[in-house]
Design a protein around this ligand. Structure first.
Ligand code: CMC
Length: 428
């Protein structure tokens, strides 16, 4: 579907009127098209943090922040989380359509045949400090993949070469992620098992030992698959925009994804899932006085923020958070896990949502508020939470990169308003 242009906006600058096309998206979203603005007026627009700037026309994900709606390629997230699988969703995001049974089998088999990483890459792990954060390790390992596949660095590669890179990324990211955990534990890495499905294989590489098999629990496998689906794409967020902008210079896909991993790591983005659990534990250890922490979050002179609360786009409950909160109760019940942190999270949400500060600013729990509690119940350590987010987000990043390349988008290069010194002479 193409965006429709059937209206114009008028801007008056220095007494002269300019007409600008208005673009309407397939869900009625409207934008003023300023692509030729500077050329005709000499002005640029200023929008720090891109709060009002549409960077692209995209057909991948639709999000209505006021209504709390999220759809991948038109399919509501609630239906995908309930009925689909992560690899089916990955195919949908990347190729635009739900796969046929045959296509899905081919895609899954292909991925399971590429799960090994080059043995030389294992040596890199030995050089990282044992306390290295797995996100730092993951980003550099993903970038290092490009050095093993130099053909991926050529621009204008044939479609088959791009598809192979996509499969390699999807196949190897779980291996690299699980190995970064093993390395942090000082344990030997566990090789992938191709007879396992995507999530089974990841859990196997994370938790099996050379001395002991890991017993797969279907509840854990299903919960992980659902979490990955919920994280799979979120339109033009910080990391997706990073992937698109890095890729717009025709940097190779591995390196563009590596940049996305780094952007995700920040605590205001995907790093929030780790920060939430650390915050909840801190509140608990401090005696559990919830009002004290809500007040700190409101205090502009205090650096403390309520992690897992607020969102640039959602001004209503994040639909992913709604699903995860419910799943949290179900999964902990099924696994017989009692986590005191869940209780704190629920009470904190209750206190915050009654507070005028949070109500007036429309600050609700986001995807990261409850996800960490599920990861804990699945046995995933806290410093791996953002890595889990990256595993889930990978198909979204790939889809965003692919769309940008296929649409032949120009190199991303914002402008600025210079506010520094005027020309002056070097002393002497
Ligand atoms: N705790 C306290 N105050 C907050 C919070 C919070 N978590 N979030 C926003 N506010 C306040 C903010 O101080 C501002 O107040 P005022 O109008 O008085 O200046 C107002 O709410 C608007 O916030 P903003 O910072 O202008 O909003 P933003 O769109 O620039 O930032 C955000 C969005 C997600 C970075 C921010 O809400 C935040 O820092 N949240 C905590 C971190 C977090 O949970 N991040 C995960 C986001 S969801 C996962 C993903 O990245 O996809």
């Amino acid at each position: 579907m193409e965006a429709v242009m059937n209206d114009t906006a008028k801007v008056v600058l220095d007494g002269q009127e300019y007409e600008l096309p208005v673009v309407t998206g397939s869900e009625g979203e409207k934008a003023i098209d300023i692509t030729k603005f500077r050329g005709s007026t000499g002005y640029i627009t200023l929008d720090s943090g891109y709060k009002n700037t549409g960077a692209t026309k995209s057909a991948i994900t639709f999000l209505d922040g006021e209504k709390g709606v999220l759809r991948y390629r038109g399919y509501p997230i609630e239906q995908l989380a309930e009925k689909s699988t992560f690899l089916e969703v990955a195919y949908l995001l990347i190729y635009g359509k739900l796969p046929t049974t045959e296509q899905l089998t081919g895609f899954s088999t292909n991925i399971s045949r590429h799960t090994l990483v080059h043995e030389d890459m294992k040596r890199f792990y030995e050089a990282y400090p044992s306390k290295a954060h797995p996100m730092g390790v993951l980003a550099s390992m993903v970038s290092a993949l490009s050095t093993f596949y130099p053909e991926s660095q050529k621009p204008n590669r044939p479609i088959e070469a791009i598809d192979l890179t996509i499969v390699r990324l999807l196949a190897k990211l779980p291996t690299l992620a699980a190995w970064s955990y093993k390395n942090s534990q000082g344990h030997p890495v566990i090789y992938p098992k191709n007879s396992y499905n995507y999530c089974q294989n990841f859990l196997h590489m994370m938790f099996a030992m050379p001395t002991e098999e890991y017993e797969l629990d279907p509840v854990v496998v299903k919960a992980l698959d659902q979490l990955l689906i919920l994280h799979a794409d979120h339109e033009q967020n910080c990391s997706a925009s990073t992937v698109r902008i890095v890729g717009s210079s025709h940097a190779n896909l591995y390196s563009s994804i590596s940049a996305g991993v780094i952007a995700l790591w920040g605590p205001l983005h995907g790093g929030a899932n780790q920060a939430v659990i650390e915050m909840l534990k801190m509140i608990r250890n401090d005696g559990g006085n919830l009002q004290k922490w809500v007040d700190k979050a409101k205090d502009k002179n205090d650096e403390f923020r309520m992690m897992g609360f607020g969102h640039r786009v959602y001004k209503n409950m994040d639909p992913r958070a709604r699903i995860i909160k419910k799943a949290c109760d179900d999964i902990l019940n099924k696994l017989g896990v009692v986590d005191p942190v869940l209780d704190i999270a629920k009470k904190l949400e209750e206190v915050a949502l009654k507070d005028e500060y949070f109500v007036s600013r429309k600050l609700y729990p986001n995807v990261d508020f409850y996800s960490g509690i599920i990861y804990r119940a699945l046995g995933i350590p806290t410093n791996m939470f953002t890595v889990m987010f990256a595993l889930g987000r990978l198909p979204g990043w790939i889809a965003q990169w692919k769309e940008m390349i296929e649409n032949k988008e120009p190199i991303g290069r914002p402008r600025q308003i210079y506010v520094g010194e005027n020309e002056r002479n070097y002393p002497g």
